[in-house]
Write a protein that binds this ligand. Structure first.
Ligand SMILES: Cc1ncc(COP(=O)(O)O)c(C=O)c1O
Length: 281
């Protein structure tokens, strides 16, 4: 367990960190969040995370103003206090506290919650692993581009995956792949790298954005286009990306093995390129 959290304007004992029962984050999931990877003490892709945070706040009209430098100071303070060298920073901003009513008052003071947790990452090296996945219907709302804590459909699918001893559930909408419950999904077919376009049907992953930059240095052809369940199963290689999983190869989808159940060369190369860029900035 971490030692400290940062709640509103204070560092507090993690055990005693509390929010109000009428916080709208608790009652309505009226709240946005970010999960930022920390590798060797560095905040990975911080600028992209804060840009997306700004976007989520704006789309939901949550009036929380922040300075990047002030947040950064809090993050590093927490990493220090919690002795986090490798792990994640969790940041959540709720609309604030109000008598229970769907309609919100304009002058609420948003609640700020930040803490860090230690975590080991799946990075290319001798322990680099691929994972099994399942497919599941995408039951979510129509604004998945906003990173809200409104995550019940994700939780249902993720727990189906857990029951099947799988790492992630790949979500399907009208026979097409949108993304994972907490990751973006990519397929490789004949040197084409295909992933769902960043519209309102998926979350614009920060890791996804970083990989788009990296592949410019390769001979892969990027195709930002939705792909079918059939294309998924017939892909040469499949992988997922997220701040918590970096690039993680997918070796099995339901009963179908991908690339004979082995980590593919292109996935490995991309994972190496991405982790190198995280180490060296
Ligand atoms: C639904 C969903 N898609 C994609 C991602 C990957 O986003 P990122 O790379 O910013 O972690 C996440 C991360 O939690 C997610 O929840």
């Amino acid at each position: 367990m971490p030692n400290f959290a940062y709640i509103n304007n204070k560092f507090v004992d993690f055990k005693n960190a509390k929010i109000h029962v009428e916080d709208r984050g608790l009652q309505f999931a009226d709240s946005v969040y970010e999960v930022i990877a920390v590798l060797n003490g560095n905040l990975i892709d911080l600028e992209f995370h804060l840009k997306r945070l700004q976007y989520s706040l704006k789309e939901l009209d949550i009036k929380f103003k922040f300075k990047q430098s002030s947040l950064k100071k809090i993050f590093f303070n927490l990493l220090n206090k919690n002795k986090t060298t490798n792990g994640i920073i969790y940041l959540q901003i709720t609309r604030g506290v109000q008598y229970r009513e769907h309609k919100y008052e304009n002058k609420l003071i948003p609640t700020l919650i930040i803490y860090s947790r230690n975590k080991n990452f799946n990075l290319p090296g001798k322990d680099f692993k691929g994972v099994n996945t399942i497919t599941h219907e995408d039951l979510r709302w129509k604004r998945r581009d906003i990173k809200t804590v409104n995550l019940l459909p994700n939780i249902i699918a993720a727990n189906k995956a857990k029951k099947a001893r799988a790492y992630e559930a790949i979500l399907l909408q009208n026979g097409k792949v949108t993304e994972g419950t907490s990751s973006n999904i990519w397929i490789i077919k004949n040197n084409n790298l295909i992933t769902h376009p960043a519209n309102t049907d998926i979350l614009r992953g920060v890791t996804r954005t970083s990989i788009l930059k990296i592949i410019k240095k390769t001979s892969l052809k990027l195709v930002e286009k939705s792909f079918t369940h059939k294309q998924l199963l017939n892909a040469d290689e499949v992988f997922l990306t997220s701040s918590g999983s970096f690039i993680t190869p997918i070796l099995k989808i339901d009963k179908k093995k991908i690339n004979n159940g082995k980590i593919g060369n292109i996935t490995l190369k991309l994972a190496q390129m991405y982790s190198k860029s995280c180490m060296h900035g």
